[in-house]
Design a protein around this ligand. Structure first.
Ligand code: URA
Length: 424
């Protein structure tokens, strides 16, 4: 049945399991973004898509249509990375200064945190004076002169923003073609020519199993390559928080410690190095492992972070001792044993309760709030030993309960799990 009306035709075709043409997808995306296609019709199409799925060519057409729905940038020589979101994920703050110091320029548009998932933009704004709003010219100039610039994504791929908001309220978020096209459309609009996807997997992530994470990673890489972006992916663990710090200023502090060569938990140090190496590989930079180590041991990576912070109006001297909340409360182990789990989701919720994140868009956050975990999987603890520090004044009792809920102790020794689960 055809109505000669793109959205009705699209709903009929998808409902019966057919494939949508590129033309119809473009018309529907343009119509929804301009307001001509109402929410109820788009919701019907999203649900039909959720149930019937999409062929690869349809997913690619949807990605292209959303990528081209607003402003686009072009940085063919630049690298970028994308994480599907996790708790304590400070890999952008740690790996990007390294690759910039190694001669691979970075042009990045990032988002704010929502729920338990942090956002790089909030973390950067915890640095006094730091601005995430640069004009297009200033952004391009900084990429050229400093080799590292990060701004707020703003109005990039507006069609994705509108469609994502509708998916969020119609039970249609967890559809592989819709997730893949949503992520890649924003990356394609950002315009970097070399892209690494960090697909998080585990209880604190969107993808709960390595199989699902791999399927998403394969789709992200394939869509990117079809759009002319050189891409690869890592699948990394997100059952436990990454590193020790969760919360904006706390995470910047931990990133600074890593870049200065001070001790940080091994999962963070390993993953930050590996992401940097993989980004350099995408740029064909020779001996990437050696380049990464040299940028760290010479101080060049830390100096690049300072230069980047200064260029965006931030106080680079504040990085050495970034202020965090003065209200600190320690959480004690309820018994003895070996740490078997420090669940990312509950620790993330504790940080959120303390004010480090937002329950809903637009909520004010406390940059100095968050959680520091003092033990990692496999560590032996005694009853009463501090296992976490809570920073902040909001809902401290709830945060303590959530941290205790997150902690599982085992009577026998526990092997720390691998940080990297798969790679493509
Ligand atoms: N992140 C996105 O940007 N889009 C999705 O659909 C899911 C996660």
């Amino acid at each position: 049945m055809f109505f000669g009306n793109s959205i009705l035709d699209a709903i009929e075709i998808k409902k019966s399991g057919g494939a949508l043409s590129e033309g119809i997808i473009r018309e529907v995306v343009a119509g929804f973004t301009s307001g001509d296609v109402p929410d109820y019709q788009m919701s019907a199409l999203l649900m039909a898509t959720f149930i019937q799925g999409m062929e690869y060519e349809e997913t690619l057409a949807l990605t292209r249509a959303m990528a081209e729905s607003g402003d686009t940038y072009t940085f063919p020589d630049c690298v970028d990375k994308h994480s599907t979101g996790g708790v304590g994920d400070k890999i952008s703050l740690t790996s990007l200064p390294i690759v910039a110091a190694c001669g691979a320029p970075v042009a990045k548009l990032s988002g704010r945190g929502l729920g338990t998932t942090g956002g790089t933009i909030d973390k950067l704004e915890s640095i006094p004076g730091f601005s995430v709003n640069l004009s297009r010219q200033a952004f391009e100039r900084q990429v050229e002169e400093v080799g590292l610039a990060i701004i707020e994504a703003g109005d990039l791929a507006p069609a994705d923003k509108e469609i994502y908001a509708l998916r969020d309220t119609t039970g249609t978020v967890d559809s592989l073609p819709l997730i893949g096209s949503s992520i890649v459309s924003k990356k394609a609009a950002t315009g970097a020519g070399h892209l690494l996807y960090d697909v998080k997997c585990g209880s604190g992530a969107f993808m709960k199993t390595p199989e699902d994470a791999r399927e998403l990673a394969e789709l992200l890489v394939r869509l990117s390559e079809s759009l002319g972006i050189r891409a690869s992916a890592l699948i990394t663990a997100m059952d436990n928080p990454l590193g020790a710090a969760i919360g904006n200023a706390l995470e910047v502090r931990e990133s600074v410690r890593f870049l200065k060569g001070e001790h940080v938990p091994e999962d963070l140090a390993h993953e930050a190095r590996l992401v940097a190496v993989r980004l350099l590989e995408l740029k064909d930079i020779p001996e990437p492992e050696r380049a990464v180590e040299e940028s760290l041991s010479s101080g060049a990576a830390y100096e690049k972070l300072r230069e980047f912070v200064r260029a965006q109006g931030g106080d680079a001297d504040a990085l050495d001792d970034l202020p965090v909340s003065g209200e600190v409360r320690e959480v004690a182990a309820p018994g003895g044993g070996y740490v078997a789990r420090f669940g990312a989701l509950s620790v993330g919720r504790a940080a959120l309760a303390l004010g480090a994140g937002r329950e809903k868009k637009g909520d004010a956050i406390d940059f100095g709030a968050g959680v520091e975990v003092l033990v990692k999987i496999g560590d032996e603890v005694e009853e009463g030993q501090p296992v976490a520090r809570l920073y902040g004044v909001r809902q401290t009792e709830l945060a303590e309960r959530l941290v205790l809920e997150a902690l599982d102790l085992s009577a026998g020794p526990v092997e720390p799990p691998p940080a990297i689960l798969d790679s493509l």
